[in-house]
Design a protein. Structure first.
Length: 127
């Protein structure tokens, strides 16, 4: 099954196309894209909400990013997208509001139960 991104990230049905294998693929692609970013030394923030398996998907993402040599800051509890955005800014993960880096947050989507979303944002908290 293919991974399809929309305007606000990747949405998928858990255990159908939103699987640990595909989460790892997206995390690896993210790592490769940002590996040479001039501010990547500040790391990538990973967060999750209370949705089924969100923490485990976040942990898989952190594992893949870490194995790629990227510093990972993973939330230690359920958090909202704005909370992860704020942490990204507070930790200067992007090195500035106009410098793009990545924020990863596993969160609910408006598309109904069983769906999950990986949202990527600039550290300026804009999408």
């Amino acid at each position: 099954m293919s991974i399809k991104f929309g305007t606000d990230g990747w949405r998928g049905l858990i255990a159908d196309d939103f699987t640990f294998e595909n989460v790892a693929k997206v995390a690896l692609a993210t790592a490769r894209y940002f590996k040479k970013h001039k501010k990547i030394k500040n790391g990538i923030v990973v967060g999750y909400d209370s949705r089924f398996l969100s923490k485990e998907f976040a942990e898989k993402t952190a594992e893949v990013l870490g194995n790629a040599g990227i510093k990972v800051i993973i939330s230690d509890k359920i958090s909202s997208t704005p909370m992860v955005s704020l942490l990204t800014r507070q930790l200067n993960a992007a090195g500035g509001a106009l410098t793009a880096t990545v924020l990863v947050c596993f969160t609910m989507t408006h598309e109904g139960p069983g769906k999950s979303l990986t949202a990527f944002q600039a550290a300026s908290a804009s999408r």
